[in-house]
Design a protein around this ligand. Sequence first.
Ligand SMILES: NC(=O)c1ccc[n+]([C@@H]2O[C@H](COP(=O)([O-])OP(=O)(O)OC[C@H]3O[C@@H](n4cnc5c(N)ncnc54)[C@H](OP(=O)(O)O)[C@@H]3O)[C@@H](O)[C@H]2O)c1
Length: 285
Amino acid sequence: MSLLHEFYTLSNGIRMPKIGIGTYKLKAGQEAYQAVLDALTIGIRHIDSGIIYQNEQSVGQAIKDSGIPRENIFITSKVPPHIKTYEGTLRMFEKSLLNLGVDYIDLYIINAPTPLHDVGGNYDVANLEVYRALEYLYQEERVAAIGVSQFQIKDIENIIMNHHITPHVQQISFFIGHTQQELVSYCNKHQIQIQAFSPLAKGYLLNNPILTDMAKRYRKSQAQLALKYVIQKGVAPIPKSSNKEHLLSNTQLDFEIHHSDMLILDDIIDDPRVFDDVVTHKTYR
Ligand SMILES: NC(=O)c1ccc[n+]([C@@H]2O[C@H](COP(=O)([O-])OP(=O)(O)OC[C@H]3O[C@@H](n4cnc5c(N)ncnc54)[C@H](OP(=O)(O)O)[C@@H]3O)[C@@H](O)[C@H]2O)c1
């Protein structure tokens, strides 16, 4: 079966397509519009958006122009990292709906446990307020599922201890060499589905020599191998691309990485990549 017809079932029964498209860094206007339209034309039905990407309107226009029934598309959006109040969350939600031109969101998540300017700060109480708004939206059936992103175990424990609904999804950076095993095991134990952001390590992973050799052996691209690895881990990748060929090949994953090769890929920890503008491989390992 084509990957385009495969889903993960969340703990509340909602089905989420296994592969999606990320929209961070797609320029608002033609670039974001065309990438999302191309993705939908190819058959991708899972779009990861966010108000802070400043392109939700272009994403929404592409969804509208695709003519695909709304209920056939799975849309994620996010509470921006700096929004840490109940009212602020509801306000941002309405704004995203307006931007995207839809009347519900499939998955609404808290983008980060802290604002970007205060990583390391304690927002336990504030995150409970944000999550309270998410639960409200869920109960009102304005979102089909709720979740978190970049939350550590202690941050999720805080939610679980103080709220009724365990997050359905956690979105984290997850790629070969960076699989956050302890966090993922914790999420698995609580039936929290993992979504992989930066599944190609923003492209830096693609030059890894072990991956390159193995990809040749499988007659696949490095990106295909990297994405298949993520899926074989039970995780949903949302690679970003503005290139139609890349978008298409990222969905053509009808092969299996042998167990022995998965173990080889599991052992990659020393890949000198720059993962973020500020975070180096030394800090995410
Ligand atoms: N929750 C969070 O805090 C958070 C943080 C970061 C990202 N995200 C989400 O995750 C999405 C994906 O992560 P990301 O954008 O950071 O990085 P990524 O998907 O790992 O990598 C994107 C890069 O890979 C390239 N690429 C994609 N497919 C390729 C292929 N088949 N062959 C060669 N190169 C390929 C893209 O270039 P081309 O465009 O040229 O193909 C782009 O430069 C984001 O767009 C966003 O939606 C969420």
